[in-house]
Design a protein around this ligand. Structure first.
Ligand code: NAI
Length: 347
């Protein structure tokens, strides 16, 4: 079996090589490409049984069609979010799309909480000050989190893990999710979005990016939030209308903002642009606010998560090759259409 891994970094390679070596009998022939999968690079997938892509690889209908034409049978996402792949096109062409649904929800939740703590107690500013010999406390005043209300939007695996940690801090946790989970009901109360927005001191986004959630944070929803609210997004950039958020920061309505994801991240994140002029004025404006933290989509980035991502991706490939099915499939009928065309192996 041959797998072409796109947008790969040395750390991906390290964990994929280790996961593959551990397989012995069913070792997979893996080819690593540093660049993303797109119209200029899709030809490199030819001859592969599957491609493996990451969060910012955009697999629209034309790319999916090209993959199918070149004999690729599966698109393996080494992430949970699947907004980058046109699932309908994949189904149409009989390609399996599978993800890694849960590699370490705690890793992302812990990072969201790290951002909350940093914004609240200004440790990012304190770090710089002390290095300059400035030990003044002005501007570093925080608020005790105990007793504050945290609004979680999306109570899946990560939202739930975040709620548990914040509950441990003594916060009141409330949530909005169109599909409520009994596990969250043990921690706090579900509310409508309209109720949650004005009631929360901190709002943390943990829902997927879909047509229905795109710009869930916009001019109108921001206006309903409590003045001085802290907004944290470790989910997907497209959940936030960033220009509206910049306006809310300028008007002082939004108290602080932490982004691990950004709607224009695909052309910037995961690469070093420090020697270039960055054209994105919205992102650059964000970096000028003292009460804004922007990180480059790193919430998942722990040793444990990378190990599970590599293991699970190879398991997905093996399972599909052996049975024509995959429990992490995001496409409904691909497994049926392609079942007979895959090399069957014992796993
Ligand atoms: P999940 O699928 O377990 O949970 C998502 C939850 O969002 C579900 O409970 C669902 O009912 C809810 N939801 C759906 N539509 C909603 C809406 N309109 N409003 C509110 N909630 C809604 O997903 P999980 O694992 O918790 O991941 C959440 C998101 O985190 C992923 O979609 C991904 O985009 C992002 N992510 C970010 C990472 C990072 O490194 N920054 C790493 C991993 C995931």
């Amino acid at each position: 079996m041959k797998l072409s891994v796109f947008s790969s970094k040395p750390y991906d390679r390290k964990y994929f090589e280790a996961a593959n070596a551990a397989r012995k009998a069913s070792e997979i022939d893996i080819v690593y490409h540093e660049f993303s999968l797109g119209k200029d690079t899709v030809f490199l997938a030819k001859g592969s049984d599957a491609v493996c892509v990451f969060v910012n690889d955009a697999l629209g209908p034309a790319i999916v069609e090209a993959l199918a034409r070149d004999g690729v049978k599966a698109i393996l996402l080494r992430c949970a979010g699947f907004n980058g792949v046109d699932l309908e096109a994949a189904e149409k062409h009989g390609l399996l799309v599978a993800n890694v649904p849960s590699y370490s929800p705690e890793a992302v939740a812990e990072f969201a909480v790290a951002l909350i703590q940093t914004l609240n107690r200004h440790t990012h500013r304190a770090y710089n000050r002390v290095r300059e010999g400035n030990f003044a406390l002005d501007g570093l005043l925080g608020r005790t989190l105990h007793g504050k209300t945290v609004g979680i939007i999306g109570t899946g695996k990560i939202g739930l893990a975040t709620a548990r940690i914040m509950k441990g801090f003594g916060c009141r946790v409330i949530a909005y999710d169109p599909f409520p989970s009994p596990a969250f009901s043990e921690l706090g109360d579900y509310q409508t979005l309209e109720e949650l927005l004005p009631a929360s001191d901190i709002i943390s986004l943990h829902c997927p990016l879909m047509a229905s959630t795109r710009y869930i944070v916009n001019e109108q929803t921001i206006s309903k939030m409590k003045p001085g609210v802290m907004l944290v997004n470790t989910s997907r950039g497209g959940l936030i209308d960033t220009k509206a958020v910049v306006r809310a920061l300028k008007s002082r309505h939004l108290g602080s903002l932490a982004l691990d994801v950004y709607e224009g991240e695909s052309s910037l994140f995961y690469d070093d642009h420090s020697g270039e002029i960055i054209d994105d004025d919205v992102l650059m404006r964000l970096t000028t606010f003292h009460n804004v933290i922007v990180c480059g989509h790193q919430a998942f980035f722990t040793e444990e998560a990378l190990k599970e991502i590599a293991d699970c991706t190879l398991r997905n490939m093996e399972e599909y090759a052996a049975t024509g099915m995959c429990k992490n499939s995001l496409t409904r009928d691909a497994k049926i259409k392609r079942r007979d065309s895959l090399p069957v192996r014992n796993v």
